[in-house]
Design a protein around this ligand. Structure first.
Ligand SMILES: Nc1ncnc2c1ncn2[C@@H]1O[C@H](COP(=O)(O)OP(=O)(O)O)[C@@H](O)[C@H]1O
Ligand SMILES: O=C(OP(=O)(O)O)[C@H](O)COP(=O)(O)O
Length: 395
């Protein structure tokens, strides 16, 4: 793969596909880790006289403009961190984007509006994605793929656009892959993968392959309830993927046959509503009240998970154990993060929210082996998949 050092960027319009999908509270960025992670590539290009056109997605808007998902706050933060102006385009590939790019002098930066405001970005239809990629291609001379957190998405800006422009891989993607390789090439065992978070259907899909590589899967977060229900427990109003119950029951059988240990919580914190001030209590998993939802693992589970993590030589963790953004449901995530810092294992934390949780809960990033900007992307890389956003840079 060509790197940015192999490109002659001076005076050229360079499209940088970054992952700037940061957590927001209203319009306020609660963790700017992904913006910071994008800086080295942007800065290197500026210093070499490129006209840098940064593009990214934020959240999951439905293919049309939605003010709740504007990248405007990200443009402001990016400008602060760069110590330079960032021209923000109010559309993605329309007149405002064209004007912003046209106005760039060498070394200057523009940020396009959320790529997912266009249906073509995420379309499953090759022609529709291609048509949007053509419009993006008209904005630039060169392409740099640096949005590691999105390289597992076969989206127009990730997969189709690099096929239309001379391209290179960015430093963030290179660095992430370098670390994750250590987990695919003969990881020290026991090798434990901890899964949590809210993107339940995405993450259920990686489990089949992880059963081939990991010795132990520890399951927390929103994923838990599909497992508990598949085992016959009632889960009240917790997150549940009803149509995946058979699949999950299959994973449990498969794991047992292969000798892969699946560690599930023994207790959960069940709340009356999705709110910090809702009445809540830790209950055993066989006693979740019908009118309550599980928003964290319970204290007994936190102890159990900590033991499993400490008794490992390699740990990959993606997905918070609970709704860590609300204090009453942050204890499971805190206990797990603490255990990772005390484990003799090589530890990798991946995912926008997981990395944000570790920082928000006050942990020192240096206490972990690596904090990756990508959750789903890391998991799919660990599965051994050829990821669309990396494949397109190789061709
Ligand atoms: N039991 C739960 N019910 C609902 N949401 C949960 C639960 N546990 C964790 N979450 C939520 O999961 C979100 C992060 O999930 P996800 O995006 O999958 O992680 P990452 O960004 O690290 O890949 C957090 O915002 C957290 O509040
Ligand atoms: O936040 C992201 O992934 P992650 O939650 O798996 O770390 C990426 O920006 C990809 O977002 P997506 O899962 O909406 O495609």
């Amino acid at each position: 793969m060509r790197t940015i050092d192999d490109l002659d960027v001076a005076g050229k319009r360079v499209f940088v596909r970054a992952d700037l999908n940061v957590p927001l509270d209203g319009g306020r960025i609660t963790d700017d880790g992904r913006i910071r992670a994008a800086l080295p590539t942007i800065t290197a290009l500026r210093e070499r006289g490129a006209r840098v056109v940064v593009a990214a997605h934020l959240g999951r808007p439905k293919g049309e403009p939605d003010p709740a998902y504007t990248l405007h706050p990200v443009a402001e933060r990016l400008a602060e961190l760069l110590g330079a102006e960032v021209a923000f385009a109010a559309d993605t590939a329309g007149p405002s984007a064209r004007a912003a790019v046209q106005g760039l002098a060498d070394g200057q930066v523009a940020l396009l509006e959320n790529l997912r405001f266009e249906a073509g970005e995420t379309s499953k239809d090759d022609a529709e994605r291609g048509e949007f990629a053509d419009r993006l291609a008209a904005l630039a001379d060169l392409y740099v793929g640096d949005g590691f957190g999105a390289v597992h998405r076969k989206h127009a800006s990730v997969y189709d656009l690099p096929q239309r422009l001379p391209h290179a891989v960015g430093g963030l993607v290179l660095a992430e892959v370098e670390v994750l390789k250590r987990l695919t090439e003969d990881p020290e065992r026991p090798y434990t993968v901890v899964l949590g978070g809210a993107k339940v259907s995405d993450k259920l899909a990686v489990i089949a392959n992880l059963l081939n590589t990991a010795d132990r899967l520890v399951i927390g977060g929103g994923m838990v309830f599909t497992f508990l229900k598949a085992k016959g427990y009632e889960v009240g109003s917790s997150l549940l993927e009803t149509d995946r119950l058979d699949t999950v029951a299959g994973y449990l059988r498969d794991a047992e046959r292969r000798g892969v240990e699946i560690v599930l919580p023994v207790d959960v914190v069940a709340a009356e509503a999705f709110a910090a001030d809702a009445p809540h209590a830790a209950v055993p998993v066989d006693a979740i009240p019908a009118d309550r939802m599980g928003l964290d693992i319970g204290p007994e589970s936190a102890k159990l998970f900590a033991e499993k993590v400490k008794d490992s030589r390699t740990v990959f963790w993606n997905g918070p154990m609970g709704v860590f953004e609300m204090e009453p449901y942050s204890h499971g995530t805190r206990a797990l993060a603490q255990a990772l810092t005390e484990s003799p294992a090589f530890t990798v934390v991946g995912g926008g929210d997981s990395a944000a949780a570790v920082r928000a809960l006050g942990f020192d990033e240096a206490a972990f082996g690596h904090i990756s900007t990508g959750g789903g992307a890391s998991l799919e890389y660990l599965e051994g998949k050829d990821l669309p956003g990396i494949r397109a840079l190789r061709d």
